[in-house]
Design a protein around this ligand. Structure first.
Ligand SMILES: Cc1cc2nc3c(=O)[nH]c(=O)nc-3n(C[C@H](O)[C@H](O)[C@H](O)COP(=O)(O)OP(=O)(O)OC[C@H]3O[C@@H](n4cnc5c(N)ncnc54)[C@H](O)[C@@H]3O)c2cc1C
Length: 470
């Protein structure tokens, strides 16, 4: 191993091969559910260096864990406990390579933090619509590797839909330059789509060509108090009918989720927190004037009120108020963490079936664990819920997790399966769900996935034990 470390130092510089001191920023996952031990954390500064690192590790038979901002939620980007894996951090590769105004694209290094990509797009007069609560630290490479969703999927799609090209270092240490920026290219298999969502198991993404969009002329945000999940789904249908592509966000938040924000972050002043079983955050982005857009948005909410789809609503008066409403939504994961350990889910179900799914699953959970508290919130417009489960009031959170995590997971995932849903809507599989996948994915699909892994990484050096067992 000393030889490999020396080789890596020669490739990327000794200062960029970390082997000693506190490496927890790279070895521990964001949720603090997993803590590994790396042989080394290697921080290359260019694609050529990444390729060199991959070749050196492959020659030494040492596996590699690619890592961006380490905000992943499924234990996919941290090393195992063996002390024999190299963490390949893309953080130093953070240059915006080019903006092509006429092609409406920008090409960026994989280690660019999402927020800096949004800012670069903004400075060039455009918008890059991917947006999620971790945007201040997650990287575009990590977003692509997990096919991240976020709050604008309803209008702009997942990260997959926002990418027109990739540069990837393969498991053999070769560089595939697919940074074409083409919107049409049917010359065989779409390799880009193979790497997107592969969670570092098929190749190391080193750069991407991303789609840019015109900035909306007006963006309006509203918060509605909603009596039930069923009414929220009806409100979604009405909003889509009235606003069409203008509807860019539709987030559902259960009362207990909002009460947690109220308890742990009282300065955020959650609207209608005591009066309503659910809150819905709606966002309308339009190319028409603000006055026009506001009129249409307020008419939608008035009609929703008349129809009993909401019992109250408030439209943000300005950008600061809109940010505050979004901040409440984005504070739910933090408030939940402040409350204590919990069982997290990231599921999707066809939108039409969500009300029945929630009603039935809530009842089953209450029967199994009386008093259990549901932190139900998520991107209802995409059929994606973070259907999280917290210990009963006053309970010991760690003991709850030890005793119930497996039972809760099985109950929820079996329900998701019955409803033709997915056990991972946007966070991926990582290590956390790798043993669950065979129960819920068809054998044919799993066999195809294994064939792809075998073909692209026959030596099994890229992020082994994640997504699919070889
Ligand atoms: C507060 C919070 C809110 C979040 N909200 C959302 C949300 O709304 N929607 C959503 O989808 N996710 C969300 N996430 C999850 C997380 O932010 C995303 O999964 C994000 O895309 C991960 O990016 P990262 O750079 O941190 O990747 P990492 O955590 O470093 O890695 C994630 C995975 O990608 C692989 N990987 C990373 N970089 C590369 C690369 N360059 N090449 C190949 N593989 C790579 C890693 O090996 C790992 O398997 C949230 C997380 C937090 C902490």
């Amino acid at each position: 191993m000393t030889e490999l470390i020396e080789r890596l130092r020669a490739l990327v510089g000794a200062a960029n091969v970390l082997t000693e001191g506190d490496l927890s920023a790279w070895e521990q996952d964001w949720r603090k559910r997993a803590r590994g031990k790396a042989l080394a954390v290697v921080r290359p500064g260019s694609t050529v260096e990444v390729a060199g690192v991959v070749r050196a590790c492959a020659a030494a038979g040492v596996s590699i864990v690619p890592q961006g901002g380490n905000t992943g939620l499924v234990v996919g980007g941290v090393p195992d406990a063996s002390g024999r894996q190299v963490v390949l951090s893309l953080q130093r590769m953070a240059t915006v390579r080019a903006v092509d105004r006429d092609n409406l694209t920008m090409t960026v290094d994989a280690g660019c933090v999402l927020q800096s990509v949004q800012e670069a797009a903004d400075q060039a007069g455009f918008m890059f619509p991917l947006s999620l609560a971790a945007e201040g630290s997650c990287t575009i490479g990590g977003n692509l590797a997990t096919n991240a969703g976020g709050t604008q999927v309803l209008r702009y799609g997942n990260t997959r839909e926002l990418c027109l090209g990739l540069e990837v270092v393969t498991a053999a240490g070769e560089v595939w330059d697919g940074l074409t920026g083409l919107r049409k290219d049917n010359t065989g298999y779409d390799l880009r789509q193979l790497f997107i969502g592969s969670e570092g198991t098929l190749g190391v993404i080193t750069a991407a060509t991303l789609k840019l969009y015109p900035k909306p002329a007006a963006t309006l945000t509203a918060w509605a108090a909603v009596p039930s999940v069923a009414k929220a789904v009806e409100l979604l249908a009405l909003a889509q009918q009235r606003l069409a592509a203008g509807l860019t966000g539709f987030e559902l938040m259960g009362r207990f989720a909002l009460q947690l924000v109220d308890k742990h972050h009282p300065q955020l002043r959650v609207p209608f927190v005591q009066d309503s079983p659910y809150g819905v955050l709606l966002e309308n982005s339009d190319s028409e004037s603000e006055a026009h857009a506001r009129e249409r948005f307020e008419a939608l909410l008035a009609d929703a009120f008349e129809a009993g789809l909401c019992t109250d609503a408030v439209v943000a008066e300005n950008l600061a108020q809109a940010h505050q409403l979004w901040h409440i939504r984005e504070s739910i994961p933090l408030a939940q963490a402040d409350e204590g350990l919990n069982v997290k889910h990231d599921i999707s179900v066809p939108i039409s079936r969500i009300p029945a799914f929630c009603e039935e699953t809530d009842a089953l959970l209450q029967r199994e664990i009386p008093g259990v508290r549901l932190v139900n919130f998520g991107h209802l417009g995409d059929g994606n819920l973070h259907y999280n489960v917290q210990a009963p009031e006053g309970g010991d959170h760690a003991a709850f997790l030890r005793q119930y995590e497996d039972r809760v997971n099985t109950l929820v995932y079996d329900q998701v399966h019955r409803y033709n849903g997915s056990i991972s809507a946007e966070h991926g599989i990582g290590e956390l769900k790798v043993d669950k996948l065979p129960h819920y994915k068809s054998p044919v699909a799993l066999a195809l996935m294994r064939s792809v892994k075998q073909a692209l990484d026959p030596q099994g050096i890229l992020n082994p034990g994640r997504v699919v067992h070889g």
